[in-house]
Design a protein around this ligand. Structure first.
Ligand code: ADP
Ligand code: K
Ligand code: ZN
Length: 435
């Protein structure tokens, strides 16, 4: 590998020892800063850095949860005087009440640097035209990518989410080459392009797409790559850790490098909070190592993933996370079986006759749990006769049963027949407990 492949060669390819040395120093500095916040002063006690001699000592520190952030809302986690803050984001509140995150000038800068590192890693370069089809505003996805793209020197179009026809016109008129888009919108935009008679491989210049902010399967990656003629790179982040730019795929598309100079990684058993065996699935727990305004110590992300064992051919020392399976609270239990929505998606999106939208309904009828999967079919299949549709329905049911080990009710829906929303997709409606 040549250094031209790295945005920050020194930090991306340093040795494991040097990286861990840097982490240990930054962890101690983070603890010194953290105790300036009322919440951490109480939680950590006096001079907590004295107990952290080695990196492994992080395990003796207490955990921070989303509930802690809620309780300390709005300003309880601040570690600097308010006059040093320049930015505030609020998490979109996918689950429950929102939480606030604060940034100093330096925090905004380090975040932009991390994002630039991600984009550069996938081959985006000055001369590329970058269209950011992500919600702007309180959601971190918009400004996070925006600042990183400008830092790198991409011509950045802040087109935001929605208004699909205009998005497509912008792509065509300005020869967009790189886009950032959440997976459910990428699927929806495919349908709009098809309706407009736009074939991206023929009519557009797209070559790279960043997809993240919500869970999606390899099958969705494949669909998006095939339709748009792009390479799709997985992008992971959460507001509490700045936003996007926490972990990102390199050109090998084999898992997400997590930037360990900025985040200390643990993967814990969600029940016992003990570390899982290296390479096992568990909950990602992160400690910020560079943040000034609002450091977080051992924050439970609720996201389930594993550390991939082998080194990446790209030469980066930063370890890789497997595709996020979902949040621990996305998992639902049906007739005693644990199911993640992503398992349903993986089956559906692997079937060519299935369209780009689906949802899962859970109901209780006569004290029995019933799962219904509503599936949009493609335009092509919709005009076929009943026998054909019936055969497809049976096929979907059979494939879902063999993946999930329970038999869902499958309902085929006409193209564009299911509700859509602009932000993250709502795929699961659990109506079993009305309260
Ligand atoms: P909210 O928690 O309100 O949705 P965020 O915008 O901070 O607010 O969302 C971050 C969450 O989004 C992550 O914790 C994770 O659950 C999900 N997420 C982000 N990127 C990905 C990704 N690439 N794959 C799967 N899930 C993701
Ligand atoms: K979050
Ligand atoms: Zn790599």
């Amino acid at each position: 590998s040549t250094t031209g492949e790295y945005w920050n060669p020194k930090v991306e390819t340093l040795s494991r020892e040097a990286l861990e040395d840097l982490q240990r120093k930054r962890l101690r500095a983070t603890l010194r800063r953290a105790v300036r916040a009322p919440f951490y002063r109480e939680l950590l006690g006096p001079e907590p850095w004295r107990h952290v001699r080695t990196l492994a000592d992080v395990r003796h520190l207490p955990i921070t949860t989303k509930e802690d952030l809620r309780r300390a809302y709005p300003y309880g986690f601040l570690c600097v005087p308010k006059d040093q803050l320049v930015r505030l984001h609020v998490s979109s509140g996918t689950t429950g009440q929102a939480t606030a995150v604060f940034y100093t000038h330096k925090d905004v800068n380090t975040w932009a640097e991390l994002m630039a590192r991600c984009l550069y890693m996938t081959g985006a370069r000055p001369g590329d035209v970058f269209q950011n089809l992500s919600g702007y505003g309180l959601f971190t996805g918009g400004l996070g990518f925006h600042y990183g793209a400008e830092r790198l020197g991409l011509l950045t179009i802040p087109s935001g989410a929605g208004n699909s026809k205009r998005q497509i016109h912008l792509m065509r008129d300005f020869s967009t080459t790189v886009m950032h888009i959440i997976p459910s919108y990428a699927l929806r935009l495919m349908d709009v392009m098809t309706q407009m008679g736009v074939d991206p491989k023929r009519d557009l210049q797209l070559r790279i797409a960043y997809l993240g902010a919500e869970p999606y399967s390899q099958e969705v990656r494949r669909r998006v790559e095939d339709f748009y003629g792009v390479k799709v790179y997985n992008s992971y982040g959460l507001s509490e850790m700045n936003g996007p730019g926490v972990a990102f795929e390199c050109v090998h598309q084999n898992g997400l490098h997590i930037w360990e100079d900025a985040y200390l990684v643990e993967v814990l058993d969600p029940e016992t909070l003990e570390p899982v065996t290296e390479g096992e699935l568990g909950e990602l727990v992160l400690t910020t190592l560079t943040r000034e305004g609002m450091p977080l110590i051992r924050y439970r992300t609720k996201d389930l993933t594993r550390i991939l064992p082998d080194a990446c051919p790209c030469g980066r020392v930063h370890r890789r996370l497997d595709r996020i399976q979902g949040r621990s609270d996305d998992m639902f239990i049906l007739k005693g079986v644990n199911i993640f929505p992503i398992q349903v998606e993986q089956v559906l999106m692997g079937i060519p006759e299935v369209g780009n939208n689906y949802r899962i309904l859970l109901d209780r009828e006569n004290n029995v749990d019933v799962m219904t999967v509503e599936v949009e079919v493609t335009d092509k299949i919709f005009v076929e006769d009943m026998r054909h549709l019936h055969r497809l329905q049976k096929k979907i049911t059979k494939e879902l049963r063999s993946e999930l080990l329970v038999t869902p009710e499958v309902r085929l829906v006409e193209p564009h027949g299911l509700p859509q929303n602009d932000g993250k997709a709502v795929r699961l409606l659990d109506r079993r407990n009305p309260y």
